[in-house]
Design a protein around this ligand. Structure first.
Ligand code: SF4
Length: 348
């Protein structure tokens, strides 16, 4: 029987960490038997840093008239993709702000152009808030927006913008962005279309343990609706709020609640609650090597990506950087075998 919300909260608050880790590690072996731990090479490119949303935890977004506002040009994409291919990767994680001037045609033209220039390139791009924004702007359904984007070359949809799905939290930290219900509805639509997706959580700000558990259960419930042979959520990736320079910290005095034992607890609880999502990814980029190693013994089976050029969490204080060799050595140090994978978590 899957855990209900009350059981999840009790476990989170009361279970000894070593016992949670033991159970989660056992479950990891059920979902991903053996000693393999995944990693990949991809490159983050930000489409634009102009964003009307102005989430209070975000240190990356700019207003349109800001002197350092930008929209990435095709020439810049070409330089970045050439470097990505040189380093052995083939996927772009394309994210950015919700720029009110950019409509559906901008994104479909961009995706088509990139695929025309680089037919083998994979596009892991945008996220539910952008789909909601484009749907409102273009007066089209989520299905129509996603169909247009996949038709133009979108390969998979990141779980960006989930933060904490509770609307109490979202009203405070990201009031202009998609609601929790809208986020889930976009993902429901993507799952029906068999578009691979990921699920995320940005935690450690103003949310309660109850809201973290609610978030996990919402993901699990949505995943249980998908067709058996559809991708659904391929992975779950939680990462802690990075507070440096954010409005949430500067104006509201909210500090990141991150600490290693709590992160490991969250990874373990995620593995236990998310009984229908196969992969749990530790966020090496935000938590660093030692914590990532512990995570691999607490239910996580993946350390994420080399992530050439990451600008969003690093703008708020994350300083970790790993190349392909270092990333694999983290996995080996944890006692696992590094297996390079693609976005669908298939070995490559
Ligand atoms: S987190 Fe994303 S949606 Fe929110 S302000 Fe930053 S760029 Fe915009």
């Amino acid at each position: 029987m899957p855990l209900d919300a009350e059981e999840g909260v009790t476990l989170y608050k009361e279970a000894p960490l070593e016992e949670l880790m033991f159970v989660a590690d056992t479950l990891r072996q059920v979902h991903n038997p053996g000693r393999a731990a995944g990693w990949m090479i991809d490159r983050n490119v930000n489409i634009t840093n102009i964003c009307f949303s102005q989430c209070s935890f975000c240190n990356f977004c700019r207003k349109k008239n800001s002197p350092d506002a930008y929209i990435t040009t095709i020439q810049q994409y070409i330089a970045k993709i050439d470097e990505l291919f040189r380093l052995g990767g083939d996927q772009l994680l394309l994210q950015g702000g919700m720029n009110p001037d950019l409509g559906l045609d901008f994104y479909t033209d961009l995706f088509r152009k990139l695929k025309e220039l680089y037919p083998s390139l994979k596009l892991h791009a945008l996220g539910p808030p952008e789909i909601v924004f484009l749907s409102e702007k273009e007066k089209k359904s989520y299905h129509e927006i996603l169909s247009a984007l996949t038709g133009a070359g979108l390969d998979s949809l990141p779980g960006a913008g989930a933060e904490i799905l509770s609307d109490r939290v979202r009203k405070i930290v990201s009031p202009a962005k998609a609601t929790g219900t809208e986020w889930l509805e976009v993902m429901r639509t993507a799952h029906k279309m068999n578009l691979p997706t990921s699920a995320t959580m940005m935690y450690g700000h103003i949310e309660t343990v109850e809201e973290r558990i609610e978030h996990l259960i919402s993901l699990r419930d949505l995943q249980s609706e998908k067709e058996k042979d559809h991708y659904g959520f391929i992975t779950f990736i939680p990462w802690p709020f990075q507070d440096k320079g954010t409005q949430l910290r500067e104006k509201q005095g909210v500090r990141s609640g991150y600490n290693t034992p709590d992160y490991i607890r969250l990874i373990a609880i995620s593995r236990i609650i998310l009984n229908n999502i196969r992969n749990i990814q530790t966020s090496l980029l935000t938590v660093g090597k030692e914590t990532a190693i512990l995570s691999l013994h607490a239910g996580a089976n993946d350390v994420g990506s080399v992530m050439i050029e990451e600008n969003v969490v690093s703008a708020a204080g994350s300083v970790n950087r790993f190349n392909a060799e270092e990333l694999q050595s983290v996995i080996r140090e944890a006692g696992f075998v590094p297996v390079r994978r693609n976005q669908k978590y298939e070995p490559v």
